[in-house]
Write a protein that binds this ligand. Structure first.
Ligand code: HMG
Length: 440
């Protein structure tokens, strides 16, 4: 059986930008450093009023198909991962296929379509579905398109408002892929949690501080589970480690946890022992609380070591380059982190072929998933073809007052206002329910 993985990728950012330090912080009466240093976010992307999860997803797919000269006959499956769906019956993939059929010769009648939901981890789950479909030999030589598309909006004045974002990532999953192959080995951490949920509501009910703790707890379980199948891990096994990135500050915490975990019983733990001691072992403590306090103290010390800082700068920091500028894209977030790492490698002229990437996905509600990927020889050409830097630079810079109008325009409980801030160009636009078209 040939290798299966991500063959091609395309990104579409919402075309508006909110500057968190210049525009958002002063209105909130906050120190801008809370956002830029604390959360690690500088800007968020928002959809213009003619954009939504369908248009962003369809526009990403259109670029993907055009860039790779694909026709509908090459695609046997379209899966959309989103937690921003406006339809409880018809999957968003059908709307996206409908858009694409306006542009490409042929149709997608033969393609299996669906929608995947498990908060932000659904993008990775949809890749898994495509992977399994191909590995089962049901694809008849065709590829799958997986789209992760979200408008990550919070209610006005919710603490999550600073972490909003909007955009889509389209990925082609194929045999013998050009970008990365996926490991069979996976680890999961999954539990019924209620820290972030949207039962019949557009904006999430969030216990933000608890959501951070739940992310860490499920991620620890997933890393342990992954290690139980992949064998002992070492930090140097992986050139990058993209994590689900609701904001870079969250990844700072998750990466530290993962590093502590995978350096246990390695020469790194021994080498650091003189400076910070050995990692606490459960059997050395009478109760869980004392153990957990000792782990926290060790983790704080670990964070201050040069060894950890060097690993973080090389393995994690590059994966945050896009997220810092666009905010949380929910299902797409870990997938832009992968791309950001590879983009950094390309800009540094590094050869990544054969290198391994540790991919850590997460979705509230809650589930973490960990696997690894191996970079393929065509990776550099694929990454070089992306125009995400131009898209990010071209976004319209909103004033706070304009941001308030854009937020209201995307609030499903309010009348939609079609004031436009940018001019659509050769792309799918939303003109009202049931009317979706390519505007030239
Ligand atoms: P908050 O109360 O506004 O912020 O909420 P804070 O007071 O906790 O400050 C944030 C950080 O900035 C802290 O850093 C502060 O110390 C620091 P930390 O101690 O955590 O390392 N800070 C400063 N640093 C420098 N200079 C300053 C300054 N002031 C403060 N002047 C919270 C933060 C994350 C709770 C909020 O943004 C929120 O509710 N976000 C939404 C929920 C979320 O993103 N949770 C993340 C985990 S769950 C997840 O990732 C899943 C998700 O993507 C959804 C899905 O799966 O579908 C959300």
């Amino acid at each position: 059986m040939s290798d299966v993985g991500i063959d091609a990728v395309e990104i579409w950012t919402g075309k508006l930008k909110l500057d968190l330090a210049e525009t958002f912080a002063p209105e909130k009466g906050d120190d801008p450093a809370k956002y830029t240093k604390g959360l690690g976010l500088f800007e968020s992307s928002f959809p213009d009023t003619y954009e939504d999860i369908v248009t962003m997803g369809a526009n990403a797919c259109k670029r993907l198909m055009e860039r790779h000269d694909l026709s509908p006959d090459d695609v046997g499956r379209i899966d959309v991962a989103t937690e921003s769906s406006f339809d409880n019956s018809k999957p968003i993939s059908t709307y996206i296929a409908g858009c694409l059929e306006q542009t490409f010769d042929g149709d997608f009648h033969h393609a299996n379509k669906g929608e995947r939901k498990f908060a932000c981890v659904a993008g990775t789950q949809a890749i898994d579905d495509a992977y399994n479909w191909i590995r089962a030999g049901r694809n008849r030589g065709r590829s799958a398109i997986v789209v992760a598309t979200d408008t990550a909006l919070y209610a006005r004045d919710d603490p999550g408002e600073a972490t909003q974002g909007a955009g889509a990532v389209a990925m082609l999953v194929s045999e013998d892929p050009d970008l990365v192959t996926l490991s069979d080995a996976q680890g999961y951490g999954s539990a019924d949690e209620t820290d972030f949920l949207k039962p019949n509501q557009q904006f999430p009910s969030v216990d933000g501080k608890r959501s951070v703790q739940v992310y860490l707890a499920r991620m620890r379980e997933a890393v342990e589970d992954y290690e139980s199948v992949a064998g002992d891990l070492h930090p140097d096994d992986f050139v990058y480690a993209p994590f689900h990135t609701p904001f870079p500050g969250m990844v700072r915490k998750a990466a530290l946890l993962a590093y502590r975990h995978i350096t246990r019983d390695t020469e790194i733990e021994e080498e650091l022992a003189d400076a910070i001691g050995m990692q606490p072992r459960r059997e050395e403590f009478d109760d869980d609380e004392a153990f957990s306090e000792a782990v926290s103290a060790y983790t704080d010390d670990l964070k201050g070591t040069d060894r950890y800082a060097a690993w973080y700068d090389a393995t994690i920091d590059p994966t945050l380059d896009i997220s810092r500028r666009v905010g949380n894209w929910y299902t797409g977030s870990v997938h832009i982190a992968r791309i950001a790492g590879l983009k950094r490698a390309l800009s540094e002229g590094r050869d990544m072929t054969g290198e391994r990437i540790f991919v850590a996905s997460y979705g509230s509600g809650a589930q973490a998933e960990v696997h690894h990927e191996t970079v393929q020889p065509g990776w550099d050409e694929e990454i070089a073809g992306l125009n995400i830097d131009e898209q990010v630079a071209d976004r319209y810079d909103l004033t706070f007052e304009e941001y308030e109008r854009v937020h209201a325009a995307h609030d499903h409980s309010k009348d939609r206002d079609f004031e436009e801030f940018t001019a659509p160009e050769d792309e799918f636009v939303f003109d009202g329910w049931g009317r979706m078209g390519e505007r030239k």
